[in-house]
Write a protein that binds this ligand. Structure first.
Ligand code: B1M
Length: 214
């Protein structure tokens, strides 16, 4: 039964059909399916497929935009449920989140922010296309423990290095830890740029954040 729902969610994203994605997300919740499973087993595989086909030249930018819209429509009901399921709300730390300058991909960043938030972190989301100095200003304003920097493009990932350097230049190194993620990033990249950690997915980011603030 859940498999059918996951397949339907995946297809709704591939078809770029927000109404179907929303209806299936609502049905998943009504059927007691975990919102995280609906995201990880339904929506994300759909978006990954569209990304692969785009890379192969089989689908085009409008297809990718429609797919993202369908995913976000489904997320509009799944995210509040994820938040509701968060049990305890002890603040573990303050995290500044954003996608690097020049990059407007936000779905993965939002998912990481949501998981951190439901795990007890206070998340201050700066959005997308964020200049390095904005990360620093926000970290100082909120007394942040962590800065999370997402990048989805090989052409923008250098922005993660710029944020690490800006943290050092502001005299915040050690006090404010920087974690990086997104498709082109890796543990080796994080080490190369002097970031404090890398995670390949949202759950890993929570574990990493917990470890870094402990
Ligand atoms: Co774009 N795009 N896109 N895109 N897009 C990719 C990334 C691409 C791989 C597609 C492809 O060619 N196969 C490719 C990048 C190639 C490269 O650089 N090597 C690409 C391209 C080329 C582009 C444009 C340049 C296309 C163009 O204009 N010709 C353009 C760039 C615009 C810009 O940013 N300046 C562009 C635009 C777009 C849309 C606007 C249409 C849309 C984004 C809509 C939005 O976000 N509101 C879009 C989409 C949807 C994608 C794909 C299909 C899906 C991305 C996504 O949301 N995935 C993507 C292909 C793909 O990834 N397979 C693609 C789902 C999300 C849950 O996963 O973001 O990876 P992800 O996040 C994961 C992990 O990476 C990790 O955890 C998340 C959850 O597990 N993670 C972190 C992410 N951030 C983290 C931070 C952390 C820790 C973990 O700590 C801080």
């Amino acid at each position: 039964m859940s498999d059918e729902l996951f397949a339907g969610l995946r297809q709704a994203v591939i078809d770029g059909d927000p109404a179907a994605a929303l209806a299936l997300a609502e049905r998943s919740l009504a059927d007691g399916v975990s919102p995280l499973d609906a995201i990880d087993k339904g929506l994300v595989p759909g978006l990954s497929y569209v990304g692969e086909q785009f890379g192969l030249g089989e689908l085009f930018l409008p297809d990718m935009m429609l797919a993202a819209r369908a995913m976000q429509k489904a997320m509009s009901v799944l995210e509040p449920e994820l938040a509701r399921l968060a049990t305890e709300r002890k603040v573990l730390g303050h995290v500044i989140m954003g996608t690097v300058k020049g990059d407007i991909h936000e779905i993965g960043k939002n998912l990481v922010g949501m998981m951190l938030s439901t795990s007890g972190f206070e998340v201050h989301d700066l959005g997308v296309d964020v200049a390095p100095e904005r990360f620093i200003e926000a970290a100082q304003e909120h007394g942040a423990n962590l800065i999370g920097v997402s990048a989805l493009l090989t052409t923008t990932m250098a922005g993660q290095r710029t944020v690490v350097e800006a943290v050092k230049a502001a005299g915040l190194a050690g006090q404010v830890k920087v974690i990086v993620g997104g498709a082109p990033a890796s543990a080796a990249w994080a080490a190369e740029i002097g970031a404090d950690g890398y995670s390949e997915d949202a759950m890993g980011a929570v574990a990493l954040a917990r470890q870094l603030v402990s």
